[in-house]
Structures are given as structure tokens and as C-alpha cells.
Design a binder for this molecule. Structure first.
Ligand code: NAP
Length: 213
């Protein structure tokens, strides 16, 4: 590679895009984003709560606005965390490729490298997403894993996708949104699993109890 091209690449802004339903956001997500920020030398991490997840027809998902507000409250005290309404405000299903293409237009051509950060379980489904091979051209994929999760499962991915995946193991991801929703429905404590303001928001809006989830 030519030296000029190399130095241009080194000057590229490295931005993490933290994609998730965040129903609700918890400390596992926040620690994963902070770890990605440090390990990948990112300039910022943009949280992108999904609008209408195309793959979530079987389970009722909380209103996008509630998930957005919880994500905003959880990230507000971290100067290198940002949040985007790009998927919340988009009509129709949330496709990652549409988000990445739109976000690329926010920056001068070629000046940014995106790192799309999400859970390994979600990444394993990537071949079934809209335009998977375009996604891996628009961003590097960062798969966040829970401890003890078998990373050999990455072999399930087509080689071209697997090559672009960076793995990050986060012990605190033992917390899951599913477990938090279940605990709220059972009346168990979620203190220290989510930021205090998210906990208060969940109770104030009676999330996860009204529909018997
Ligand atoms: P999900 O199926 O709800 O989650 C799969 C697993 O990944 C869960 O264990 C989840 O844990 C974890 N996870 C989700 N987001 C995470 C994050 N940012 N950091 C760490 N762990 C995370 O997945 P989802 O939240 O609906 O979707 C994840 C992302 O993939 C979203 O940005 C979504 O838009 C994208 N996606 C795109 C398409 C498409 O373009 N067609 C299809 C599917 C997904 P928790 O439950 O604890 O969060």
C-alpha cells in the first residue's frame, strides 16, 4: 500500500455503532460499548436503538420511544457515547444496511470507518439480514459475547463474513435484557443490573409487567 494511502487510512475517524433493541439497556451493554471504545481505539460510540425490528414479530417489543429514552438516560453521563434516532424515526422495518448507508452520508466520503457492535447471537444471524455482503463493506462487525459462549459457532458463518468479525468477550454480559424483563414481571429486584434512572423509568412506565411478560 502506498504511504499516502496508508496515512489517509490511519487518519480515518473510527466510529462504533452500537446496534440493539435495548429493551431495556443494561450494564452489560454499557460495559461492552466502553470496552469496544478502548480496545478498538474509537473516537465515539453511537447507540442506535432499533425502530421496528424486522425479526421480532413473535415477541412484543416496548415502544421505540421508551427504549430510546432509557438508552439516552443510560448513556448521558459518558462524553464519548452518543445516541441516534435514525432507526426510531425511520418508517418501516429497521434494516442495518439502510442505517449504515445513511450514516456514511453524514461524513465526507472515505473519511470514516464504522464498527457495528452487537451481540454474537445477532451476528450469527447476519447472513439472513438484508444485504449482508453490503453490510460487511460498510462496517467491520464486532460480536460481543457472554462468558462461556462457544466462539466456535462463528464457524457457522460464511468465510467472507467471518473474516470481518472481531470478537469481544465481556463478563458482565451475563446480564441479559430477557432476564431483566422476567425479573420485573416476577417482582424481583433489578438494582445494579441497570442504571438507577433506567430502573426508575421502568417502574414509572410499568414496563414489562402490564402485558404479563
Ligand atoms: P437480539 O436478537 O435481541 O439479541 C441477540 C443477542 O445479542 C442477545 O443475547 C442480546 O442480549 C445481545 N445483544 C443485542 N444487542 C447487543 C449489543 N449492542 N451489545 C451486546 N449484546 C447485544 O438482537 P437485536 O437487539 O434485535 O438486534 C441486534 C442488532 O442487529 C440491531 O441493531 C438490529 O437492528 C440488527 N439486526 C438487523 C437485521 C436486519 O438488518 N435485517 C436483522 C436482525 C438484527 P440483550 O437481550 O441482553 O440485549
Amino acid at each position: 500500500m502506498e504511504t499516502a494511502e496508508k496515512s489517509f487510512l490511519l487518519r480515518k475517524k473510527r466510529i462504533g455503532i452500537m446496534g440493539g433493541t435495548f429493551d431495556p439497556i443494561h450494564f452489560g451493554h454499557l460495559i461492552a460499548a466502553e470496552e469496544a471504545y478502548c480496545v478498538l481505539n474509537l473516537s465515539e460510540v453511537v447507540f442506535v436503538p432499533t425502530g421496528n425490528p424486522p425479526h421480532k414479530s413473535r415477541r412484543q417489543v416496548s415502544f421505540p420511544e421508551d427504549r430510546y429514552i432509557m438508552t439516552l438516560m443510560a448513556t448521558i453521563d459518558n462524553p464519548h457515547f452518543k445516541i441516534s434516532r435514525i432507526e426510531i424515526d425511520r418508517e418501516g422495518p429497521s434494516h442495518t444496511i439502510d442505517t449504515l448507508r445513511e450514516m456514511h452520508h453524514w461524513y465526507p466520503p472515505g473519511s470514516v470507518q464504522f464498527y457495528f457492535i452487537t451481540g454474537l447471537d445477532a451476528v450469527l444471524e447476519l447472513p439472513s439480514w438484508k444485504d449482508p455482503y453490503s453490510i460487511i463493506k460498510e462496517a467491520s462487525i464486532v460480536a460481543v459475547t457472554r462468558p462461556g459462549y462457544s466462539i466456535e459457532r462463528l464457524d457457522e458463518l460464511p468465510e467472507a463474513i467471518k473474516r470481518t468479525v472481531v470478537l469481544l468477550e465481556i463478563p458482565m454480559l451475563a446480564i441479559s435484557s430477557t432476564a431483566i424483563r422476567r425479573r420485573v414481571a416476577e417482582g424481583s429486584s433489578i438494582r445494579y443490573l441497570v442504571p438507577w434512572n433506567v430502573e426508575h423509568y421502568i417502574y414509572k412506565k410499568s414496563l414489562y409487567i402490564r402485558d404479563g411478560r
